[in-house]
Design a protein around this ligand. Sequence first.
Ligand code: PLP
Length: 496
Amino acid sequence: MATDPTATTTAKVSPAAPGAEYADTASAAYRNILGIIETVEPRIADATRKELADQRDSLKLIASENYASPAVLLTMGTWLSDKYAEGTIGHRFYAACQNVDTVESVAAEHARELFGSPYAYAQPHSGIDANLVAYWAILATRVEAPGLAEFGAKGVNDLSEADWETLRSRMGNQRLMGMSLDTGGHLTHGFRPNISGKMFHQRSYGTDPQTGLIDYNAVAAAAREFKPLVLVAGYSAYPRRVNFAKMREIADEVGATLMVDMAHFAGLVAGKVFTGDEDPVPHAHVTTTTTHKSLRGPRGGLVLATEEYAPAVDKGCPMVLGGPLSHVMAAKAVALAEARQPSFRAYAQAVADNARALADGFLKRGARLVTGGTDNHLVLLDVTSFGLTGRQAESALLDSGIVTNRNAIPADPNGAWYTSGIRFGTPALTTRGFGADDFDRVAELVVEVLNNTDPAAGPNGPSKAKYAMADGTAQRVHAAAAELLAANPLYPGLTL
Ligand SMILES: *Cc1c(COP(=O)(O)O)cnc(C)c1O
C-alpha cells in the first residue's frame, strides 16, 4: 500500500470531494481499525485493503457507483449496528431506542429539507426495499378494503383475518406501468421476474424508436388504455432528463399515483441540477431513491412522500421491513448533511458537465450513442458499430483497466445477457476530481480499446463472449489510465 507522506501536498484535491481536510485523522482511524480486524480474521483485513487499492487503480465508470466520504464510511462502523429498533421514531417495539430515534430523526430532517419534501422515511435498507415500501404504501392508501382506510392510524397488526382475506382479493389485480427494462427502466418497475411484475398486472412504456426519447403522448395513450393504479417514472439506463410535471399530468388524468424512483439521479436533484419540471419531488406522490449512487452516501434507500401517503409509508416496518440499520441511517444523515453543503451543488453540476464531455468525446470519434447524447449523469454507447457485443466490449475494457457494465439498448439484438451497449456514468470519477478534459481522454481510451478488439470464435464457432485484442492495446491503455488516476487521486492523503 502506498504510504507516501507527501501525498496530501502533491494531490490535486477536488473541491467537491469531502474528506481531504481530515485525511490524516481518517488514515490513523483506518490503520487502527484494519489492525484490529487483522487479529480476528486477516483475510478480511486483506480483502478490505485490496479493495481500496483496486478502486484507486481503476477507471470506475459504473453509473450506479460512487465513493462515499470517509466520514460517511466511518459512521457505519459503530455500535449503532447492535441496536434493534423496529417501529417508527418515538414508537418502537423495543426498549431504549432514544439514540436511534435521534439518528433517524436527523436523517429524515436532512432528507426533507434537502429535497423539499413534507415527509421522509430513512429506514429502507436498499433501493429495492424503498420501492417495496412505496408499493405497499400506495396499495394501502389507494385500495378500498376494510381496515385499510384506518391503516395509518390502526396499524397493520390490528387487521382481522377476514380483513386480510378481503385485502388480498382487492389488492390483487391492481395495475402498474413503468419504463421497460430495455429502454432503461429498472427490474422493480414491473419486470416480470421481479415481485413488482407479479404483485401487479404490468405494462411498460418504452421510448420512441427513432429518437430514443420518452414520447409523452405515447405514455399518455398507453396509460389511458391500461389505467394503472401506479405510474412509475425513473430509470437506471436512460441518458436523458424526464419531465415529471408531464408524468404527473398523465397520472392525474388516469387516476394513477405517480411514483418516481430517482435511485440513479438523486444527486442531481439534491445538487439542484434538476429543477422545475425535472425535479421529481414536487410532482410525485411518492419518491424513492437509493442513497449510494449519485447521492454519494452509504448503501441504502429513502422514501419521500406527500402528507397523503406518509402514514402508510411510515408503516414500512413492520409491513415490509424488519429492524432498521441504525448505523446506516446514521451514515445517511452524514451524507445528506454533506449534500446540503454548497460544494455538493458544484459536484452535481460537474457530474452533468462531465457526462456531456464524455458523450461529445464519443460522438466526435464516430461512436453511436443511444438518444445521440446525454443530459444527465450517464451515457449509453451502442457497441454494434464496433462489431462487438456488450459482453465482449465490457471484458476488453476491463482488461484495459476501465470498469463499466454492459447494458441492453432499446430492441437489443443480443438480448439482456450479452447486450449491445455499454453504460458509462460520471458520478464516481467526478468525486475523484476528473474534469471535462479528463473525460474526453476517457472517451479516447475507450474508443481505442474497442477499435482494437474483434469478436473471436469459441470451440463451437462464433461466440458472443469471446474476443481478441490487438497486441499491446491493454497495456497501453492501462498506462494512460494510470496517468489520469494519478492526477486525480481517490481519498487524497488517506494512507493505510
Ligand atoms: C439501483 C436501482 C435500484 C435498486 O437499488 P438497490 O439498492 O440495489 O436495491 C432501484 N431502482 C433504480 C431505478 C435503480 O437504479
